[in-house]
Design a protein around this ligand. Structure first.
Ligand code: ADP
Ligand code: ZN
Ligand code: ZN
Length: 803
């Protein structure tokens, strides 16, 4: 008997192992690892979706095995490489196997569980369930159903007045389209034409076309274009009459529009040297990791493109990750322009259907080049020849939810399987990667100059303690505003960075000092003018702006601090003719929001692009000659050992937006800490000096890359219990660590309460702790016990956020 070991799609510790099922005789051929199945699960025996993990010939399970109910795929959706990768990932990130498997696949392949109730007896008048029956999806029990309604359903079920059934469906279907083909000869159509009445205008129109165009195939859109005046209904009638044949054909939903084809550039000698080294490693099938450190605009992308070309020429495929694809439409266009028709994209901006179709194009080998964001690290390419991680220092490559993986680690792991090199590229590499290059674990390649005559921008630091400021405005120096004005006169464009969205940071009562805070979190609410409301940026809570202080009822309340909305308004007042575009989470929430703003700015339909760190990424516009940073200090003041590194990266990246074409660019950085080394070295655009300096500080403080870090965090709805639990964890863990490990905490997280949960944490710094991994796995198990119900534990390896 064949036994399928199945991973069920319930992410919990209790179900984090394969369950055995009997494979019915008629399904044995299809029951292979990596296919999705439906199996009865739990006491209810309701069907759940799962993945076959392994097929064996006998089970250790003592009882009677239940049979696999259905096999959903003709071919595995996860191949051997992916299954092995999932196993590694689950271990490496302390995650459930099912969470890893699901992360690798488009959400379209996940099951949609629907519960629906059916009445066996009529409802009593005014039964609250009537509301659910009256809805369009009559009888559907929504996931977020109110507790009292659910109780009512249970009550009636127990009384035998209704039944509940479970349905599983796929989230999206393969898209089909009707294709119409000619089915007769030209002569036959000619014959038909004689017999058709003279007033059957539509039929005559169609027949005239057919006589001259046999054979012809197309969907209804193609036909309607080819035969002007023809109606879609006429095509359907023609099928009924036997004039045409129709069939359903699978089509892809395609997110990419065509880009203009481009040709490779002649590489500079630095680029050529990097390229030659990389392809040598490709040709020898080595899984070398290259760190391509190149100043902004030094032509890293050209090197990537040539390396990808080299892979394609050898019959291999190429994978390229970018931090946030919606922010870098220009990058996708460049890749597409180089490899027309061969590129697929994978990112969260796609619809469920588009993502599924792009995934299938890759899986079937129809797209050989993939460009995508973090999750595209799992793109089902085969025969990968090169993998690229652009802007490798970006923290968005680390996923904050389970599985908490870093895309870099996934690429390096896959490179072992494919024996191919990985290129990590950045103008400002993470200290971790740069240090590995120092030690020789990565191979360092450097681009120190921009190609042709484009100069690096000139950077000026404005000391805000002494600068002339514009009265009555939030922190705007006269110097920066003059520069903006100059650009307006010259018809050039400016980019302004302000790392804070909304209108004002907080609202304060000037009489009693009360600050209006979120009712669910320990954080003040941000004022938003466009919606005239106060919003919590952590839990989404929103409330009206009060007219009086909630505490002392004084009307003397005011807003303080400035965000993008306020600065936009102020600059508009100062420069009435300026056309300003604002780019932040609020203006880009809708699908395509980024692209629209970037397109508008690129077409020079605006003079100033003002936004949060989104404006720092990969934009390349020839008319931008000024970059202004309004508050360089915001990111410096964060209580995180990476604060300086982040500031340096952000300032360098945003400076790189200035003067990319034939015009010299200028950068103005406003700061209250002009002598800070991160600001000084960013303005000198001296990454290597920053690296040296920061390494010294990390060494002294005992931080990465000198130590590894693990964050252990517990949250609970009562603060005292959360505190108790974190101390328990510490007491249990400490004896299992060596003397050399350093435990920081327990401490409250900086914002202790979010969404009415209290967060307490420990940070472990270590160099080598052979027993730590096992201990943490045990901890995760222990936290699943009944006594720990309601506590949430998070174990995050190399966390990016410590707050
Ligand atoms: P990076 O990826 O390092 O920011 P890019 O590849 O975007 O740099 O190059 C910056 C600009 O220089 C682009 O406009 C690009 O077309 C141009 N460029 C890059 N390499 C060359 C080259 N070898 N010759 C001419 N122009 C180049
Ligand atoms: Zn007050
Ligand atoms: Zn909140």
């Amino acid at each position: 008997m064949a036994v399928a070991q199945v991973i069920i799609d319930i992410p919990a510790q209790q179900t984090n192992r394969p369950f055995d099922y009997e494979v019915p005789e008629n399904l044995t051929a299809l029951a292979v690892p990596g296919v999705r199945v439906l199996v009865p699960f739990g006491r209810s025996g309701h069907l759940r979706q799962g993945f076959i993990w392994r097929v064996v010939d006998k089970s250790d399970f003592a009882g009677q095995l239940k049979p696999v109910a259905r096999i959903l795929d003709l071919d595995p959706v996860l191949n051997q490489e992916m299954l092995a990768l999932a196993k590694w990932l689950a271990q490496d990130t302390f995650s459930f196997l099912i969470s890893c498997l699901q992360t690798m696949l488009p959400s379209a392949l996940r099951a949609n569980y629907q519960r629906r109730f059916h009445l066996l007896a009529p409802l009593a008048a005014n039964d609250p369930l009537q509301a659910l029956l009256d809805r369009e999806d009559s009888g559907l029990i929504p996931d977020n159903i109110a507790a009292d309604l659910l109780a009512e359903i249970k009550r009636l079920e127990q009384k035998g007045q209704l039944t509940i059934d479970y349905q599983i469906s796929q989230k999206t279907k393969i898209k089909q389209e009707k294709v119409f083909k000619t089915s007769l000869t030209s002569d036959q159509y000619q014959g038909l034409r004689q017999s058709v009445r003279a007033n059957a205008k539509q039929q005559l129109l169609l027949l005239d076309f057919l006589i001259a165009h046999v054979p012809f195939v197309g969907n209804s859109a193609t036909w309607l274009v080819k035969v002007p005046g023809l109606k879609a209904a006429t095509l359907s009638q023609a099928v009924k009459k036997g004039w045409l044949a129709a069939e359903e054909k699978e089509v892809y939903r395609q997110p990419l529009t065509e880009a203009t084809a481009t040709t490779p550039k002649k590489l500079t000698s630095e680029q050529q040297a990097a390229f030659t080294t990389i392809i040598k490693s490709m040709d020898q099938a080595e899984h070398t990791t290259f760190l391509l450190e190149g100043v902004t605009g030094s032509g890293k992308t050209e090197v990537y493109l040539d390396a990808m070309q080299h892979a394609l020429a050898a019959g291999q495929t190429a994978l390229m990750l970018v931090p946030e694809i919606s922010l870098t439409p220009q990058m996708v266009e460049r890749v597409q322009g180089r490899f027309p028709g061969q590129v697929a994209v994978l990112h969260s901006g796609l619809s469920v259907g588009e993502r599924y179709d792009e995934w299938r194009r890759i899986e079937r080998g129809e797209a050989q080049v993939v460009v995508g964001a973090r999750s595209a690290a799992f793109a089902p390419l085969k025969k990968i020849g090169i993998m690229i991680l652009d802007e490798e220092h970006e923290s968005s490559y680390k996923q904050e939810d389970m599985p908490r993986y870093h895309a870099r680690d996934v690429l390096l792991k896959r490179a072992e399987t494919y024996h191919c090199p990985v290129i990590l590229g950045s103008a400002t590499p993470s200290l971790e990667s740069r240090a590995r290059a120092q030690k020789g674990r990565y191979q360092l390649l450097r681009l120190t100059k921009r190609p042709n005559t484009i100069q690096m921008p000139q950077v000026n630091v404005i000391d805000m303690r002494q600068a002339d400021k514009i009265a009555g405005k939030s922190d705007l120096s006269k110097q920066l505003v003059d520069q903006l004005n100059l650009r307006l006169e010259r018809h050039e464009q400016s980019v302004l960075l302000l790392n804070r969205r909304g209108y004002a940071n907080f609202v304060l009562c000037r009489d009693c000092g009360h600050v209006i805070k979120c009712p669910n979190c320990d954080i003040s609410l941000t004022l938003h003018r466009d919606t005239n409301s106060l919003k919590c940026h952590y839990c989404g809570h929103q409330e009206a702006i009060p007219s009086a202080c909630p505490q002392c009822h004084s009307q003397n309340i005011r807003s303080y601090g400035s965000g993008t909305q306020k600065v936009e308004q102020e600059i508009q007042e100062l420069l009435p003719t300026a056309r300003i575009l604002r780019m932040d989470v609020d203006t880009t929430a809708r699908k395509g929001g980024h692209e629209r703003i970037i397109k508008q700015f690129g077409a020079h339909q605006a003079d100033i692009l003002l936004g949060t760190q989104m404006v720092a990424k990969g934009l390349d516009f020839p008319d931008v000659t000024l970059v202004g940073v309004i508050n360089a200090d915001t990111s410096l003041s964060l209580p995180d050992f990476r604060a300086s590194e982040r500031t340096f990266q952000l300032l360098t990246q945003v400076s790189g937006r200035a003067g990319r074409a034939d015009k010299q660019g200028e950068v103005f950085i406003q700061t209250y800490n002009p002598e800070n080394y991160a600001i000084q070295l960013a303005s000198a655009q001296n990454y290597e000096a920053f690296y040296q300096k920061e390494m010294g500080i990390r060494h002294q403080g005992g931080y990465p890359p000198y130590y590894y870090t693990i964050l252990i965090s517990v949250n609970y709805r009562q603060e005292d219990q959360a505190v108790q639990k974190i101390y328990q964890i510490q007491n249990w863990l400490q004896p299992q660590l060596s003397e050399a490990a350093i435990v920081l905490g327990p401490t409250a997280r900086m914002i202790t309460r979010i969404n009415n949960q209290y967060y307490y944490q420990l940070i472990i710094k270590y160099k080598s702790e052979p027993r730590l991994l096992k201990a943490l796995q045990t901890l995760i198990m222990k936290m699943q016990s009944k006594t720990n119900r309601g506590f949430q534990l998070r174990v995050d390896r190399e966390p990016m956020q410590f707050m």
